[in-house]
Each structure stands twice: as structure tokens, then as C-alpha cells.
Design a protein around this ligand. Structure first.
Ligand code: ARG
Length: 273
């Protein structure tokens, strides 16, 4: 599904505050850079064009390029972004750099009045693969109020947003427990959702494939689908079977350094086409 993505090199990547239950030290920066390079190469070898945004000193999580803006295209207004309101102060500082990048490329900016609410971009907001609707997680990082304001703005553009309450703190972003594989199939970890949210997910996809909690906590649901491949930090026989059923070829890329900050491959890019 990804044709063109935006990535940010991990030059200043570090773990400084406990933003999620995974965070642990120490970070090996050399290793982090090697892992990031391998992810970039795996994307390029899958036919994905990789664009780069310059890293900024002291913004240690800027490498997680999925979170700072939500990206879309609408018949009415063309290419647009919705800037995030990040929960952590240090991450709020990343947002203007990403907004500028997109402004320079001609994207319209839909700035929501999010005062008192949080909204964390494509960590919690995922397009259905056919771009007909959007899945929106809340509970740990984005707030319900934040995703409601987002949903109202998207409604004006003709997009329906389904709100999904997350209940497992290890699945603090929707991209840790929902990975759209194609229009009909999704990979999920069911324990991450409230009962209503799980029912909505089951209704929204023809085939729902399940990961166990251990698999989810090892970020196997945080993969990238690109031209018939599924880039994942690791593989179990359960995941292999699911991918084979959906006609996807697994490509394993180690992201152990980034997992110490609670992120893996999906979090390290945003899809711009
Ligand atoms: N350390 C980062 C944070 O907690 C990790 C972000 C992971 N990104 C994601 N899309 N899940 O904010």
C-alpha cells in the first residue's frame, strides 16, 4: 500500500522520559542507525520511494515519523494534513518541523482547535486501505475529545471515522494492535480493544486475523504492507500463516533499539502516497 513514505534519520534518537511501558536504556545509536538504514533499504527494495526530513537536535523521538501529522487526500481540497497535538511536551516540538515539510510540498493544513485534547497522527489514525474511511484509536495518547474533533473535520470532507477505545497500555497507539493488510483483511490484537471497539473492528473487515499478546508486544502488528510484502520486526508461525493466506511475503527487519522506545517499523515512517 505504501508507495512513497517520509522518514527521519535517528541521529538524535534517545530514551529520556517514560512515555510508554516499553521505554528502557541504554540506546546503542550506532546500532539504531544500522537498523534504520536496513528499514530504509527494505522499503526501497520493495519499490517504495523514501523521502527524508532533517532530524533536529534534542528532539529524540523525531525518528517516529508516523505521529506528527495525519495525511490525506480529498476530492474537495486535494492533499491535506491535520497537525497533531502530542501528549508529551518534547514531542509537541516536532510537529512544526513536519508541518513545514508538508506546507512546502503544497499540502493544505487543517488546523483543529485541540486545546485540552490530544491527537497523535498516524499512531492512532489509520486509513482503511481504499481510503473510504478512517479508524481512530483513543485512550492512552489521543483523547476521545481529540478524535471526535478530528472526526467532525473529516466528516466535512466526506470521510467517516470509527472511534476505537484502547484498553491495554502496551498497545497505547492503534498502530500497535491494528494493521490493515488489504481492503478486506486486518491484523489485530483483540485484547487491546474495549468490547464495543472490538465489535466495530470485526464488523469493518471481512477477515480479521489475530495476534496473541506476546506477538503484539513484540510489534508484529506494527508492520508495513508494501507491494505484496509485509515488513515486520519478527515472525512467528502464526504470523507466517496469516501472511501466506493474504498473499503477503514477510520481510524481517530488526528494530530492537527502537522497541526500547515503544516503536517499530510502522511508527518510523508516514505514508505520503
Ligand atoms: N517513544 C515514542 C512515544 O512514546 C514512540 C512512538 C511510537 N510511534 C507509534 N506510531 N506507535 O511517543
Amino acid at each position: 500500500m505504501a508507495k512513497r513514505v517520509l522518514m527521519c534519520p535517528p541521529t538524535y534518537f534517545d530514551v529520556r522520559e517514560r512515555k510508554n511501558p516499553y521505554m528502557r536504556l541504554p540506546i546503542d545509536r550506532v546500532r539504531a542507525q544500522q537498523q534504520w538504514d536496513k528499514l530504509r533499504r527494505a522499503l526501497e527494495e520493495s519499490g517504495v520511494k523514501v523521502e527524508i526530513i532533517a532530524p533536529v537536535k534534542d528532539l529524540e523521538d523525531m525518528v517516529f515519523a508516523a505521529n506528527q501529522v495525519f495525511i490525506g487526500y480529498s476530492e474537495k481540497i486535494g492533499k491535506f494534513i491535520v497537525p497533531s497535538e502530542m501528549r508529551h511536551l518534547i514531542r509537541q516540538k516536532e510537529v512544526p518541523f513536519y508541518v513545514e515539510w508538508f506546507r512546502n510540498k503544497g499540502y493544505k493544513i487543517i488546523a483543529l482547535d485541540l486545546r485540552g485534547e490530544y491527537l497523535e497522527g498516524q499512531g492512532d489514525l489509520l486509513w482503511h486501505p481504499d481510503h473510504s474511511k478512517i479508524w481512530a484509536g483513543y485512550g492512552f495518547r489521543s483523547t476521545r475529545g481529540g478524535v471526535e474533533k478530528f472526526a467532525a473535520a473529516m466528516k466535512e470532507l466526506g470521510f467517516q471515522v470509527t472511534l476505537l477505545q484502547l484498553v491495554d497500555d502496551h498497545c497505547y497507539h492503534l498502530d500497535t494492535c491494528l494493521c490493515p493488510l488489504n481492503n478486506e483483511a486486518a491484523l489485530i490484537y483483540p485484547g487491546a480493544y474495549s468490547a464495543d471497539a472490538l465489535a466495530a473492528v470485526r464488523q469493518g473487515w471481512k477477515r480479521v486475523h489475530e495476534l496473541g499478546r506476546e506477538e503484539a508486544l513484540q510489534f508484529m502488528g506494527n508492520g508495513i504492507v508494501a507491494n505484496g510484502r509485509y515488513i515486520t520486526p519478527r515472525l512467528t508461525s502464526n504470523l507466517s500463516t496469516i501472511l501466506a493466506r493474504e498473499g503477503l511475503e514477510p520481510v524481517v527487519v530488526d528494530t530492537s533499539e527502537f522497541e526500547k522506545s515503544g516503536g517499530s517499523v510502522f511508527c518510523m515512517k508516514s505514508v505520503i502516497e
